[in-house]
Write a protein that binds this ligand. Structure first.
Ligand code: NAD
Ligand code: UDP
Length: 316
């Protein structure tokens, strides 16, 4: 089996690549390194089952030879990244998805879209089931990501309905673990970096907003099962253990035994107040549920960040 994996040099893409290669797949990673890193795939340098093509998938994707699966993971994912790259984010969600779907259709391959809980926006229903249509501000700063992903889902369903393409959509909820960038601006890398360097831990708003954090190995297992299912509608994969951001920052303080104080900074515009996946569908359909609790996942992630910081003492 041969897969084309866009965004394969990113945090999640590189873990999915590991899973595919462990299971006997050949993988062609197509990535322009906008937010990813060659370090995430450096362990494949001498592996014949892996190839890297440096390319912007918002432009036509040309891949010779047969392909069994196109997995589209390319997109900035951290709010700090997509606010810095608003137009490339819209383009990769729209044009990049269209190109990846076109490649799958031309090769008679299956297609898998990495979508997001951001499709639910600032939800008025919690936990969020797949049947909830969401509450998104299309013209706010986060709209560049949210609307691109909603368009990507619509385009994927159109290829399924109109062309009969075998498509799958996962709605990923906040995921964390090794290979996140220490400076990607998301809550967990920020908190750990701040704690380890003795800086104040920056909680935005009053910290009562919630998130539900899933450890990366759980997410990848859910994705691998969904890839092989016959389900075409979007499926939530995430950990339903909901926690306030203030409490999350406290957990990081305890784990790192830091003396860093928590300080409160302004809440970014349209920051969702609650986010928690309803995973009933994934449980029934895939027999999947997360196994790694927050304390264990945080310990594993902290160990990775400590190693990274030992290599590169200063992160800009
Ligand atoms: P990431 O930034 O680590 O990885 C994204 C990868 O896509 C990077 O390697 C980047 O270089 C590449 N990329 C971006 N634009 C590209 C383009 N135009 N052409 C080719 N490559 C391009 O982010 P991640 O956390 O690994 O997210 C991966 C996917 O999962 C994204 O589609 C994201 O929207 C989705 N997702 C992630 C999360 C999460 O919690 N990590 C949550 C919801 C959805
Ligand atoms: N956040 C925070 N301090 C930070 C970074 C993020 O309080 O230094 C908050 C952010 O406002 C949001 C939550 O943590 O409420 C999760 O943010 P993240 O960027 O990780 O992802 P999001 O879920 O918003 O996409």
């Amino acid at each position: 089996m041969r897969a084309v994996l866009t965004g394969g040099a990113g945090f999640l893409g590189s873990h999915l690549c590991d899973k595919l290669i462990e299971n006997g797949w050949d993988v062609l990673c197509v990535d322009n390194l906008a937010t990813g890193s060659e370090a995430n795939i450096a362990h494949y340098e001498h592996n014949d089952h892996f190839r890297m093509l440096r390319h912007d998938v918002s432009r036509y994707i040309d891949v010779p030879g047969p392909i069994d699966y196109v997995l589209h993971f390319a997109s900035p994912a951290s709010p700090v990244d997509y606010l810095k790259l608003p137009i490339p984010t819209l383009k990769v969600g729209a044009l990049g998805t269209h190109n990846a779907l076109g490649l799958a259709l031309a090769k008679k391959a299956k297609f898998f879209l990495a979508s997001t809980s951001e499709c639910y926006g600032d939800p008025l229903v919690s936990p969020q089931p797949e049947t909830y249509w969401g509450n998104v501000n299309p013209i706010g700063p986060r709209g560049v990501y949210d609307e691109a992903k909603r368009y990507a889902e619509a385009m994927t369903m159109a290829y399924h309905r109109f062309h009969g393409l075998d498509t799958h959509i996962v709605r990923i909820f906040n995921t964390y673990g090794p290979r996140m960038r220490l400076n990607d601006g998301r809550a967990l890398p920020n908190f750990i970096y701040q704690a380890l360097t003795g800086q104040s831990i920056t909680v935005y708003g009053d910290g009562t907003q919630t998130r539900s954090f899933c450890y990366v190995s759980d997410l990848i297992e859910g994705i691998y099962r969904l890839m092989q299912s016959s389900e075409h509608g979007p499926t939530n994969i995430g950990n339903p253990q909901e926690i306030t951001i203030h409490e999350f920052a406290e957990r990081v303080r305890v784990l790192t035994a830091t003396k860093s104080p928590i300080i409160f900074e302004p809440l970014p515009q349209d920051d969702p107040k609650r986010r928690c996946p309803d995973i009933t569908k994934a449980k029934k359909l895939l027999g999947w549920e997360p196994k790694v609790g927050l304390d264990e996942g945080l310990r594993l992630t902290l160990a990775y960040f400590q190693k990274q910081m030992a290599k590169v003492p200063a992160v800009s």
